[in-house]
Design a protein around this ligand. Structure first.
Ligand code: NDP
Length: 474
């Protein structure tokens, strides 16, 4: 349990060459016996100890953890690939490294989380203090298990909170490694706890009175349930949810760059990325050239063993997700979209399909309206700028959006009207830790990364100081 270092279980992923200590109690956990135990004796105690340190001292531990992660990048990348099926070519540069960035960035900020001084009349003043929330709960999706654990833990711990983290049951390994590394870096036992389980475990935890805040990365339906439960107890929430983001490509765009963005924004991690630009609006004048070149480049995808560093397109993470993606391919065909290429199940052990491109997609088709979370790109035509903006915004989601054009005035004009949290001009899907990340509308509440995240893991206390006498009416 927690970061206590107790070896409750040991997991041996093939090829890793060593056991992984699992800081989690599995079958013994029940609603009655574990949550209060975990929270009262482990996370809450560790939080008090941790919050008593200076920000600089807390930051030192986080930065040390970042260094350890960087030093073990290959080992952690192999683990991420085993957890998710993503190719090692990706995980070597995108997962542990992103987690280390978050720990380093928030470790650097920890010493400067100060309040302010507000002068008032008569020499009175108010000072504000930024205080931790207490024990925060992180709940993760299965597509980026290391990154999600670190993006939540780093700002939470920097602010003086403890965290209990529930990974997706599909990808249980990576967060355990982060717990181990934080302990090695000097975090007190119980500060970052990993609890394994299904959705019901997440629900039990988020409903627990000892939890001050819930940060979920997951789907919109889960987000609605978790936010509703948290609202009942007036808990803070951060919701990083799904999307169906627009990528708008004008006829003056740099075509090769636009195609690169469409490939990254639909097929990286086999399309299992929340901010993907899955509705690719292409100006009618360049549509056929775009499709021909896209198909040509997609033909160069290296589909194969994720542990082979030449592979750049791997399997889906689970059989369930593969079935969902294939069912949308069938829906697209049934709805009359043109399947340009791909969308076939690959006959090899595991959850494999070829990346799919649909053209002639219309706004009302299911493949254009619903999040698929798989390698299925929908290409839609447009001619008019105002029309494409209206169509891009005609969705319940608002996570991301992108525009490709050489006309910078048009780029800013268009992006200024896109209702989404993370927008891109002439690139797509970059998520540096220095920039806020998160959605509007059904795509979520709150922001991860950047200084913005500090506001979501702390609250401000105002202290009014009176230098004169206090008067009353009677
Ligand atoms: P889910 O919503 O199915 O699950 C997310 C997490 O919530 C899992 O750990 C799950 O447990 C848990 N959970 C499920 N039900 C509850 C509940 N009632 N109370 C508390 N926790 C619960 O999402 P997926 O794991 O399938 O991930 C895919 C989704 O995540 C996509 O919609 C994607 O867009 C979104 N996502 C968003 C990102 C963002 O930053 N905006 C980034 C990555 C993904 P378990 O599954 O183990 O049962």
């Amino acid at each position: 349990m927690g970061g206590s270092g107790t070896l409750d279980t040991a997991i041996s992923p093939p090829g890793l060459g060593r056991d992984i200590p699992a800081h989690a109690v599995g079958p013994a956990l029940t609603a009655d016996n574990w949550a209060g135990d975990l929270l009262a004796t482990s996370a809450a105690a560790a939080q008090a100890e941790w919050a008593a340190l200076t920000g600089t001292e807390r930051g030192r531990v986080l930065r040390r953890a970042a260094e350890i992660i960087r030093g073990r990048n290959r080992e952690l990348s192999v683990l991420e690939s085993f957890d998710t099926g993503k190719p090692l070519q990706e995980t070597l540069v995108a997962d542990a490294t992103s987690g280390a960035d978050a720990l380093e960035y928030f470790g650097g900020l920890a010493g400067s989380l100060t309040g302010e001084h507000i002068p008032l009349s008569g020499g009175d003043f108010v000072y504000t203090v930024r205080e931790p929330l207490g024990v925060c709960l992180g709940i993760g999706a299965w597509n980026y298990p290391t990154q999600i654990a670190c993006w939540k833990a780093a700002p939470a711990l920097a602010c003086g909170n403890a965290m209990i983290f529930k990974p997706s049951e599909t990808t249980p390994l990576c967060a355990l490694k982060i717990a181990e590394i934080l302990i090695e870096a000097g975090a007190p036992a119980g500060l970052f706890n990993v609890v394994q389980g299904f959705g019901e475990t997440g629900a039990m935890l988020s409903g627990h009175p000892g939890i001050a805040k819930v940060s979920l990365t997951g789907s919109v339906p889960t987000g609605r349930k978790v936010a509703a439960q948290a609202a009942g107890a007036m808990k803070h929430v951060t919701m990083e949810l799904g999307g169906k983001s627009p990528l708008i490509i004008f006829d003056d765009a740099d075509l090769e760059s636009a195609i690169s963005a469409a490939i990254n924004g639909n097929f990286y991690s086999s399309g299992q990325i929340c901010s993907n630009g899955t509705r690719v609006f292409v100006h009618r004048a360049i549509k056929e050239a775009f499709l021909a070149r896209l198909a040509e480049r997609l033909g160069n995808a290296v589909i194969g063993d994720p542990m082979d560093e030449a592979t750049n397109f791997g399997p889906m993470t689970s059989a369930a997700q593969l079935d969902i993606a294939l069912s949308y391919v069938a829906k697209g065909v049934a709805e009359g979209a043109r399947l340009v290429m791909g969308g076939d199940r690959i006959d090899r052990p595991g959850f494999w399909m070829t990346p799919a491109i649909f053209a002639d997609v219309t706004d009302s088709m299911a493949i254009a309206r619903e999040e698929i979370f798989g390698p299925v790109m929908s290409v839609l035509d447009f001619e008019d700028e105002a029309d494409v903006i209206a169509r891009a915004n005609d969705t319940e989601f608002g996570l991301a959006g992108g525009v490709f054009t050489r006309d910078l005035a048009r780029a800013h004009r268009v992006i200024g009207q896109i209702r989404a949290g993370s927008c891109y001009i002439n690139t797509y899907n970059l998520t540096p830790v220095e920039a806020p990340f998160g959605g509007v509308k059904a795509s979520g509440v709150g922001r991860e990364n950047s200084k913005e995240a500090i506001n979501h893991y702390s609250e401000v206390k105002s202290v009014y100081v009176c230098l004169g006498e206090t008067e009353a009416a009677f």
